[in-house]
Design a protein around this ligand. Sequence first.
Ligand code: 4NP
Length: 156
Amino acid sequence: MKKVNILFVCLGNICRSPMAEGVLNSLIKEVKHDNYIEVDSAATHNYHSNAPPDKRACFVASSHGIDITKQRSRQITDDDFAKFDLIFSMDESIHKNLLRRSKRSDYKIKQLADYIKELDYSSIPDPYYGDLNDFENTFSLIKEAMNILLIDLINK
Ligand code: 4NP
């Protein structure tokens, strides 16, 4: 299998994309594909540069056996559009932002919510202004999307 570099992008890189990075990293380790798939995450904005993930995201991830506390927020760079093979946006506004910046890399940019079966989710809900239940709901949607994405990646 050829190595694949995957980047998850949200607004602040402290809630949704760190959870996505943590979930996919844990799944690829389980199926022993961590040598073939590299995972990272980034923000469209620099509001939280170098900050650890939100405590609530860390708590929910940890309650599912995933440690995301060592991640640090960073803003996406132009080089990321060249380095990564697949770039997943967490919602429509992130998606538009990435498409605007991507130049010739727009074919790499996908919406993670497209990997969720329920039609009522066209984006991964931003839990930042919510409570722990919102984080739990977002985590479980990310997990669902990631199980389907993993099958796609392995079958490539
Ligand atoms: P994220 O959540 O994009 O999933 O990391 C947010 C984090 C920070 C803010 C908004 C959403 N903020 O406005 O600072």
